[in-house]
Design a protein around this ligand. Structure first.
Ligand code: FES
Length: 144
């Protein structure tokens, strides 16, 4: 493992052990639950919008899962804070994968996408917009 991979792994582990934005939000403006049926891991995402009803003022998540799913969701909460919901609803998965920084196997990729896909569902549900085609590859995640 090279020194960059090592660094990324340490960052992932830190997010897993000290998840940012972990907790339940009462009266969220948007929320959704996602489950990876391969393992049963689950995440619920909660969002509060700012006064313009579009800027993401606060985002939290609860649930349990493997290190990658929890760390990726923790990273995601930092990435999307202060962004427009309309931008995040169509955020390219590569932006999150760049943040994670290490190559992932297809199974691990599904773990990493659990939080992002759930967040997108929460935002589209709240805005009443259709889910984008890009979610199609993650159809087998159970989302509600
Ligand atoms: Fe379940 Fe990663 S093993 S989400």
């Amino acid at each position: 493992m090279n020194e960059f991979d090592q660094l990324y792994r340490e960052v992932i582990l830190d997010h897993y052990k000290n998840p940012r934005g972990h907790g339940v939000m009462e009266d969220a403006d948007a929320d959704a639950e996602g489950m990876n049926p391969l393992c049963g891991d689950e995440v619920t995402i909660y969002v509060r919008f700012g006064e313009d009803s579009d800027t993401i003022d606060e985002v939290k998540f609860s649930g349990r899962g493997c290190a990658i799913s929890q760390a990726a969701t923790s990273m995601l909460t930092e990435m999307v804070q202060g962004k427009k919901a309309s931008e995040v609803a169509v955020l390219d998965k590569d932006e999150l994968l760049d943040e994670i920084g290490i190559p992932l196997t297809p199974i691990r990729l599904k773990c990493a996408m659990l939080g992002l896909t759930t967040l997108k569902v929460a935002l589209h549900k709240a805005k009443g917009t259709p889910l984008p085609q890009g979610l199609a590859g993650y159809d087998d995640l159970e989302l509600s």
